[in-house]
Design a protein around this ligand. Structure first.
Ligand code: TYM
Length: 343
């Protein structure tokens, strides 16, 4: 197995990233050590320039996000941890795949439609071709599995379509006419219980770094008081919690808060409701706040210590990038050759 995944170093790591993806990164990195597979995790800093950004903030965020990932348990000795920029093969393969990706495929990407809104003519070309870079990110390493939240599923399907078309059109054939595929088709791994953590202010939109209200998300850098106060201010409703999961239908905010409790405690939604059914949010919210504080405090403490050490963070990224460059080289070379480009 080859596990590959990335995160944009824009803003803070939040609970949605953690429960939707990073927790799985840590679990899978350990599985890879035990089964002889490999895990590659990266800061998608090249993706981050697809939207307006402040250069000094991007470099600071890249180091902060590295510290946050290590604080969550990503271990640079078990997984290859790096930033895209230090592995130019990502940008090179994107260009090669631009010849295969179709305009219609990219036009159907819901994330592009959401982010561009009505202003399609004024967003960057990079925002449009962003999913092709994402395809390059995973295909470059022959990824078999990609741990992500639900919102990245469509991008992964596109990566498979691009890989399949490239293999069909360009895979070299042996003397018996058998094609040797250039790329592996990657499978997404989406956690069933925390695939989509929603905003604390609006149960209909996902928890996101780009939400202007900081009250909408729990950041992994929030201290105990901030976490408690955000949970107490979280949107809920006036009814008591139901005793069965079906009773959460039509109650988006209640479903989200109970789902966060379940994901964080490792219990099922049914178990949580067996305990809290009949109780109101006046009882549930303090319990959820305490659970979050308890689980996030050690991560927060490690993060605060690590973020100071810029040299150590740069060394982690340099070492990871050297390993990633070596791992990427054979596939990039095969893609150039398949296309008939003289090297
Ligand atoms: P990004 O930086 O937005 O998010 C990083 C990871 O966190 C997951 N996630 C969530 N999961 C559950 N609930 C939420 N509210 C939530 N918000 C974010 C995302 O699904 C993701 O797994 N384009 C990607 C980065 C990327 C990438 C890749 C991922 C670039 N290349 C290659 C996988 C493979 C992104 O912007 O994720």
């Amino acid at each position: 197995m080859r596990i590959v995944s990335g995160i944009q170093p824009t803003g803070n790591l939040h609970l949605g990233n953690y429960l939707g993806a990073i927790r799985n990164w840590v679990a899978m990195q350990d599985d890879m050590v035990n089964t002889g597979g490999e895990a590659f995790y990266f800061l998608a800093d090249l993706h981050a320039i697809s939207q307006p950004h402040v250069p000094a903030q991007l470099s600071a965020n890249t180091r902060e996000m590295t510290a946050a990932l290590v604080a969550c348990g990503v271990d640079p000795d078990k997984a290859t941890l790096f930033n895209q920029t230090q592995v130019p093969a990502h940008a090179e393969l994107q260009w090669l795949l631009n010849g295969t990706a179709r305009m219609g495929w990219l036009s159907r990407m819901t994330q592009f439609k959401d982010k561009a809104g009505k202003n399609r003519d004024s967003v960057s070309v990079a925002l449009y071709t962003y999913p092709v870079l994402q395809a390059a990110d995973v295909l470059l390493y022959q990824a078999t599995h990609v741990p992500v939240g639900e919102d990245q599923k469509q991008h992964l399907e596109l990566a498979r379509d691009i890989a399949q078309k490239f293999n069909n059109d360009f895979a070299p054939r042996d003397e018996n006419g058998e094609a040797a595929p250039v790329f592996t088709l990657p499978e997404p791994i989406i956690p069933p219980e925390a695939a989509r953590i929603m905003s604390l202010r609006d149960g209909a939109s996902k928890m996101s770094k780009s939400d202007p209200s900081d009250l909408s998300r729990i950041n992994l850098t929030d201290d105990a008081d901030t976490i408690m106060s955000k949970i107490k201010k979280a949107k809920s409703d006036a009814d008591a919690l139901p005793s069965e999961p079906a009773g959460l239908d039509g109650r988006a905010e209640a479903r989200n808060l109970v789902g966060i409790y379940a994901a964080m405690s490792g219990q099922s939604v049914a178990q949580i409701l067996a305990d809290f059914g009949g109780k109101g949010f006046g009882a549930f919210k303090p319990a959820l706040g305490e659970l979050l504080v308890d689980k996030l405090a050690p991560i927060n403490a490690r993060f605060v210590a690590l973020r100071q050490d810029r040299d150590a963070l740069d060394a982690i990224l340099r070492k990871g990038a050297a390993k990633a460059r070596a791992a990427a080289a054979p596939t990039l070379a095969a893609a150039y050759d398949a296309l008939g480009l003289v090297r």
